[in-house]
Design a protein around this ligand. Structure first.
Ligand code: FAD
Ligand code: SF4
Length: 519
């Protein structure tokens, strides 16, 4: 072969221009790599999903006439890392050119950059053709010295791509943001109406045997079959299911949480009205623009999807997903070291098994272990909030999030975790720390009804731990947050409390932090 083209496990975009023509002098390499098993403690379903999706990508390219070398762990285990494997393949095939797509993770970007520096043959790095903003255009939107906000970025992209616009400048529906219409709690009646999620039944017996043979370490619950979409066909099916059954209520219940839905006979409604498209998107099987276009087509022909629902969905993909990627590439590698609030507690052991008496955390963590999935508010306001107000070291928080979710890849995981959820970046991603007491969880979920702790209590023996931890956190960082107009007023409530009440709350929090493993 004259040319070797590498496809990483999260570069499964078979619409890439590489594949327009079949060139028999090019070989495509898709390889399961030991180095990718070790950099985090991955959820078993995440490994299964990537391996199976890679296998299907190889099969689909082969069926289109391309020459593909799909290597499993059995064939790659003898190589210490990706460069060593590539060197062996380039020598074996006597290639004169090495081509790859821009990796989305700095670790792989640097590894391949270094590899190319020492190669004596020609090398080419091309855009992955997945994101709405091409890699080389990122500096047009992001600069290191000025923190742009999601809202400005999102509006620019709405205008540039004329998405949900009435005329060139005016947003459809007269407003850019319908967040206020998107804060409903699920009432018991709403819970019985939740759609049963579309789950797949993918055979992973070969992969499971391979993982056992190579003693691959993982976390979470493994299954005999994989419920995540791993082909374009399945991903488009899930997209269609979402647009038909979930989009009509997506925005409305976007922030809602429930532990009731799991109890209904044979129904597993852990994803509520969320799309569960993040794995299909992050592995690049489907593209963000096609997801947005499909959702808008449904909206246009439906009388049950209103503007607040479709705008809420478009904002997540056109807005947040592209935005956090820009933040990642603009601020790495320093971003990975940021610890603005000097948080240093260890992550409690129960994050790895869900065994805590706090029902909100027990539920969000157990569900994550069970499915490799939790929806955004569970990640942000349950697990993320706890870690922030308990002052957990952001390195440990990042490591947990990077492993546990099927969609977890550093470019999207880290700005969400370290930035949005922990405020460890000092306000680059969000303008405020998303800190909350039990009151918020109680407002948005039914978790507190079934909890060992009392959500209305602050200092009693069974008081909800989040209440005192919240005030401990807020007073500890008062100087930082007081000046923020979105947060400042909470301190007035605090100041109105008698000194002894304040002291009792802070003492309670200190004791909880000592007893954190027993919560
Ligand atoms: P939906 O609610 O249906 O949203 C649709 C799509 O919008 C998602 O598939 C996703 O592609 C995109 N999206 C929504 N919110 C965000 C966001 N904040 N950032 C980027 N994209 C977004 N998302 C990941 O893809 N990988 C991660 O590793 C990841 N880690 C997170 C860690 C924390 C602490 C938090 C707070 C959020 C994290 N997110 C991550 C963002 C978000 O929670 C997930 O994208 C979402 O829950 C995936 O489920 P879904 O496909 O059902 O999403
Ligand atoms: Fe969570 Fe507190 Fe509610 Fe229990 S009472 S579920 S710990 S918020």
């Amino acid at each position: 072969y004259k040319c070797l083209r590498l496809l990483l496990g999260d570069q499964l975009n078979n619409k890439h221009s590489w594949f327009q023509d079949v060139d028999h002098s090019t070989v495509y390499v898709i390889a399961e790599l030991p180095q990718e098993m070790d950099y985090a403690s991955h959820h078993i379903q995440k490994i299964q999903a990537f391996f199976l999706a890679m296998q299907h990508m190889a099969d689909s390219l082969t069926a289109s006439g391309h020459h593909v070398l799909h290597l499993t762990l059995d064939e790659t285990t003898e190589y210490t890392d990706l460069p060593e494997l590539l060197t062996a393949l380039i020598t074996r095939f006597q290639c004169q050119r090495f081509e790859y797509q821009q990796p989305d993770e700095l670790r792989l970007h640097q590894q391949l950059d270094d590899f190319c520096q020492q190669l004596s043959i020609a090398t080419v790095c091309v855009d992955g053709e997945h994101f709405i903003v091409p890699f080389n255009d990122l500096p047009q939107y992001f600069t290191r010295d000025k923190n742009g906000r999601l809202e400005t970025f999102y509006r620019k992209l709405r205008k540039k791509h004329q998405i949900l616009m009435e005329d060139e400048e005016k947003p459809e529906g007269g407003k850019w943001n319908f967040d206020k219409a998107n804060r409903d709690k699920l009432k018991p009646n709403d819970i019985t109406e939740l759609p049963q999620p579309l789950l797949f039944d993918n055979d992973i017996s070969d992969i499971n045997q391979r993982l056992a043979r190579h003693k691959v370490k993982s976390i979470g619950v493994g299954r005999d079959s994989l419920l995540w979409p791993v082909t374009r066909k399945q991903s488009l099916q899930l997209l269609d299911f979402f647009c038909t059954h979930c989009l009509p209520n997506f925005g409305r219940f976007q922030d809602a949480m429930t532990c009731q839905a799991d109890d209904l006979v044979d129904q597993k409604q852990w994803s509520l009205y969320h799309s569960r498209l993040s794995f299909a998107l992050n592995s690049k099987i489907i593209s963000p623009l096609e997801v947005i276009e499909c959702a808008i087509t449904h909206y246009r022909s439906s009388d049950v999807i209103n503007i607040a629902q479709i705008e809420g969905f478009v904002r997540q993909i056109l807005g947040w997903r592209e935005f956090v990627r820009g933040i990642y590439w603009t601020h790495m590698p320093e971003y990975a070291q940021r610890n603005h609030l000097n948080a240093s507690q260890s992550l409690p052991g129960w994050f790895w098994n869900g065994e805590t008496k706090m029902n909100c955390l027990h539920h969000a963590i157990s569900q994550s272990l069970e499915y490799g999935y939790a929806h955004h508010i569970q990640r942000l306001m349950v697990t993320g909030n706890f870690c922030m107000i308990a002052g957990i070291d952001p390195d440990e928080v990042d490591a947990w999030y990077l492993g546990i979710y099927v969609d977890a890849i550093e470019w999207v995981e880290m700005p969400n975790t370290r930035g949005m959820s922990q405020y460890a970046d000092g306000g680059i991603v969000g303008s405020k720390a998303y800190a909350a007491s039990g009151n918020y969880i109680n407002k948005m979920s039914d978790y507190c009804l079934h909890c060992h702790y009392q959500v209305k209590e602050k200092t009693s023996e069974n008081a909800c731990p989040l209440n005192s931890l919240y005030w401990h956190f807020m007073t500890q960082h008062r100087e930082q947050f007081e000046r923020n107009p979105r947060v400042g007023m909470v301190y007035r409530n605090w100041d109105n409390q008698p000194d002894e009440n304040q002291q009792a709350v802070l003492d309670k929090a200190k004791q909880l932090l000592i007893d954190i493993e027993q919560l």
